[in-house]
Design a protein around this ligand. Structure first.
Ligand code: MN
Length: 431
C-alpha cells in the first residue's frame, strides 16, 4: 500500500485584504484553487470548485480525478451565471491524488495523478531536486513555449498574471493530466502563484530539504513568500509519500514527461486531441510512464527520458506556427475585448459613476472609473437601484451616459420629497 502524509498552510499575504485561495486536504485528494473576480467572487469561485471536486471524485483513478475537475468547472460556471455579483468569476485548480491504474500486467498499481487548469503549480521534490510537473496556462508560458521570451524574462514579465485557462469561464474545460509512480521520500508540492512568484525554486527546494514535517514545510514556505513580498495570497500543500510497499526496491519508473491533455465536457464528449500541444503533432500513446526493470540513473532527466525527437523545420511547420500564432493573437484580443470594451454604470462608494470594463473585473482586467456623475447612491430611484447594483452592460460610453441621464431625469421627475428632508436635517444640525 502506498501511503501519503500531507501538511498545508495558507495566508492572505501582506498586500491583499482577503484570501481568495482555497485548499482541499481529503486523502487521497489534495488540491488548491486560486480564485479570481471582483469583491468576494474569487473567494466563492475557489471554494465552490473545491467543494465540487471533493463531492465529485468517486473512484480513485486519474479519469475520476479529471471528471472531478470537469464537475468543478460546471459548478463554478453555473454559480457565476446565477448571481450577477459573481459574473465573470473563475479559479485555477491544481490537484494531486493517489490513484490506482492498471499496470503492465493489468494489475492495479498506485500512481500519483496530477491535474491542472490555470497558473497554480504542482512540483515533485525527489532525490533532493525540485521539478515542476505542471505547465502554466498563461500568456507568458505560451511566449516561452514559442521561444519568444526566456523563462527568466517570463518570471518578471508585467503580463505574467494573464491566465489563458481557468475554471468557470466556459462550460467546457481542458484538463492537463500526468501520472507519476510514487516512491518513498517523494514530496509533492501544490501551490498558488503567491509562492513561486515571490520565492525562487532554489529557495523552495532548500525549505523542502530542511523541514521533514509536511506541515512545517508548508508553513515555512508561506512565511518565506511573505518575507519576499507577500504581494498575493499564498497556499501550499505538501504531500509526502511515506510508504510505497517497497516498490523502490523492486523496480523504478521515470517521471512522466508531458501531460496527456483531455478535453472533457460536461456532456461527456469523447476525448479530443490536445489543441494546445501543437508542438508535438504525433499522437502520443497513453504510456507516459516508462517502466524499466533496472534501477534508474542517479539523475533522471526529463529530456533524456523521452529520447531525441528529430524534427525538420519546413515551410509547412512555419505556416502551421504562423497559423497558431494568429489564432492565439485573436484569442488574446477577444479576451481583451470582452474584458475591456464595455461600460457600465455602478457605484463608486456613495456616488454613481461610469466604469469601463466588467463589474468585478474579468480575468485580470479590473474595471476603471471613467467619470463621476455627482448623483449620490441614495438619490437613485428605487426602480433603478437593481440595474445600477448589477452594473448592467452598456456597449458604448454613449449608452452609459444615456443611462445616467435617465437616472437624473427620473430623480428630477420624482420630485424633492426625500431630498428636502435631508436638506432640512443638514440645516438644523449645521451651525
Ligand atoms: Mn494568486
Amino acid at each position: 500500500m502506498t501511503a501519503v502524509r500531507a501538511g498545508v498552510a495558507t495566508d492572505k499575504g501582506r498586500a491583499r485584504t482577503i484570501n481568495e485561495d482555497a485548499y482541499l486536504v481529503a486523502d487521497p485528494v489534495f488540491a488548491i484553487a486560486d480564485g479570481m473576480g471582483g469583491h468576494r467572487a474569487g473567494e466563492v469561485a475557489s471554494q465552490v470548485a473545491l467543494e465540487a471536486l471533493r463531492a465529485a471524485v468517486q473512484d480513485a483513478t486519474t479519469d475520476g480525478l479529471v471528471e472531478g475537475v470537469v464537475s468543478a468547472n460546471v459548478a463554478v460556471f453555473d454559480r457565476a451565471s446565477e448571481e450577477a455579483e459573481l459574473r465573470g468569476m473563475g479559479t485555477t485548480l491544481c490537484a494531486v491524488a493517489l490513484v490506482q491504474e492498471p499496470g503492465e500486467d493489468g494489475e492495479p498499481e498506485d500512481r500519483m495523478a496530477v491535474v491542472n487548469v490555470g497558473d497554480s503549480r504542482a512540483y515533485l521534490f525527489r532525490d533532493g531536486e525540485l521539478e515542476q510537473v505542471t505547465h502554466d496556462h498563461t500568456l507568458v508560458q505560451t511566449m516561452v513555449d514559442d521561444a519568444r521570451i526566456t523563462p527568466e524574462e517570463a518570471a518578471v514579465h508585467p503580463q505574467r498574471h494573464i491566465v489563458t485557462r481557468a475554471l468557470g469561464i466556459e462550460r467546457d474545460v481542458q484538463v492537463d493530466r500526468w501520472e507519476i509512480t510514487p516512491f518513498v521520500g517523494d514530496r509533492f508540492l501544490v501551490c498558488s502563484d503567491g509562492l513561486f512568484n515571490e520565492v525562487e525554486d532554489s529557495r523552495i527546494a532548500s525549505v523542502l530539504r530542511r523541514l521533514s514535517d509536511p506541515g512545517d514545510a508548508a508553513a515555512e514556505l508561506v512565511r518565506v513568500a511573505n518575507e519576499e513580498g507577500g504581494r498575493d495570497n499564498i497556499t501550499c500543500v505538501v504531500v509526502d509519500v511515506v510508504d510505497d510497499d517497497d516498490r523502490s526496491g523492486r523496480a523504478s519508473t521515470a517521471l512522466a514527461d508531458e501531460p496527456t491533455t483531455t478535453k472533457t465536457s460536461a456532456t461527456k464528449a469523447p476525448a479530443e486531441p490536445d489543441v494546445a500541444g501543437f508542438d508535438s503533432p504525433a499522437p502520443r500513446p497513453d504510456d507516459t510512464i516508462a517502466v524499466s526493470a533496472v534501477p534508474p540513473p542517479p539523475k533522471r532527466s526529463r529530456r533524456r527520458a523521452r529520447g531525441p525527437r528529430p524534427r525538420r523545420f519546413t515551410w509547412r511547420v512555419a505556416l502551421f506556427l504562423l497559423l497558431v500564432l494568429a489564432v492565439l493573437g485573436s484569442a488574446a484580443t477577444a479576451v481583451w475585448w470582452y474584458g475591456r470594451n464595455t461600460y457600465y454604470v455602478g457605484y463608486d462608494g456613495a456616488e454613481v459613476a461610469v466604469f469601463r470594463g466588467r463589474p468585478g473585473g474579468f480575468l485580470w482586467f479590473d474595471p476603471t472609473l471613467v467619470e463621476r456623475t455627482g448623483i449620490a447612491r441614495d438619490e437613485v430611484p428605487a426602480a433603478l437601484t437593481d440595474r445600477v447594483q448589477a452594473g448592467e452592460d452598456q456597449p458604448t460610453l454613449d449608452d452609459a451616459q444615456d443611462f445616467v441621464a435617465n437616472i437624473q431625469a427620473q430623480i428630477d421627475a420624482q420630485g424633492p420629497d426625500v431630498t428636502i428632508e435631508t436638506t432640512t436635517t443638514t440645516a438644523t444640525t449645521s451651525p
